[in-house]
Write a protein that binds this ligand. Structure first.
Ligand SMILES: [Zn+2]
Length: 268
């Protein structure tokens, strides 16, 4: 069982993407889901979980990295007033990047009457062949202010036996909607585990960090400008112009001057 508090992580990601309302809630849940899947299946890999909204309305991306760094992207499409629909018919795509660069991908449709948690469970069952119970949730204070966010995953070992399994499943039925519970316990993972396990004997194994962060840097931004093409770069250097670049993930603004562009001409 893994429980996580993602309140600050999703709050920072929501601010960076300037997203509000229902879309912000789904975005928060998707980020929490990516953190949980990464910790469960691939702690040493990058895990990306993308949600393509129902009726083609917008898309969300959660990008979770080894060590806990987590960030994301929101694309509301052309209809900026529309909210991303994370209910039935929305698609969830999970990608894991191996250190070698190889990619493992799985796609599922959120089941009818299901929500994001149901979609994540169906991904785990179909792509990873692991029966898991997952709930992610967040309680908002204002359209872009998170009061509490987090979630849990429970995976039952095959040797547990029928009765304890049935008991566990019926217990977890009461913890499908966890937003209010998270708010009442400040999303503290220990308290969430306590509530879920109640009188089940358990041992705490590990504590790992999760935080909002980005991987952009002046060097990476300069490298990304290689795509401009040699002629354009020469033009910019000649006219002593700088290029303004904003990171899609965190919103940091970079001004790349001619001096920084010059090395691109030497290396190509
Ligand atoms: Zn960035």
């Amino acid at each position: 069982m893994i429980a996580t508090r993602t309140t600050q992580t999703v709050q920072a990601a929501i601010r960076a993407q300037k997203v509000t309302g229902t879309s912000a809630e789904h975005f928060a849940d998707l980020l929490t889901g990516a953190v949980i899947i990464r910790e469960t299946m691939a702690p040493n890999m990058r895990v990306q979980v993308a949600l393509r909204g129902a009726q083609q309305r917008g898309s969300l991306l959660a990008d979770a990295h080894p060590g806990g760094l987590t960030r994301g992207l929101v694309n509301l499409g052309h209809e900026t007033a529309a909210e991303v629909q994370a209910g039935p018919d929305a698609m969830i795509q999970v990608s894991r990047t191996f250190p070698s660069g190889a990619l493992h991908q799985g796609v599922v449709r959120i089941p009818s009457e299901g929500d994001l948690s149901a979609g994540l469970m169906s991904y785990m069952a179909s792509s990873e062949q692991v029966v898991s119970m997952i709930a992610v949730g967040c309680k908002m204070q204002a359209p872009d202010v998170v009061e509490a966010a987090g979630g849990y995953i429970v995976q039952v070992l095959p040797e547990i036996g029928e009765e304890p399994l049935r008991n566990m499943i019926s217990r977890l039925e009461r913890f499908k909607e966890i937003a209010s519970l998270l708010a009442s316990i400040d999303a503290a993972p220990e308290k969430l585990l306590e509530a879920l396990l109640y009188d089940v004997e358990h041992t705490k194994l590990e504590n790992t960090p999760v935080y909002f962060g980005c991987l952009c840097s002046p060097v990476r931004v300069v490298m990304s400008l290689v795509t401009l093409g040699r002629e354009d770069i020469e033009e910019l250097v000649k006219n002593r112009r700088s290029v303004d670049v904003t990171c899609d993930y965190c919103g940091t603004e970079y001004a790349v001057g001619p001096e920084q562009l010059k090395p691109l001409l030497e290396s190509s």
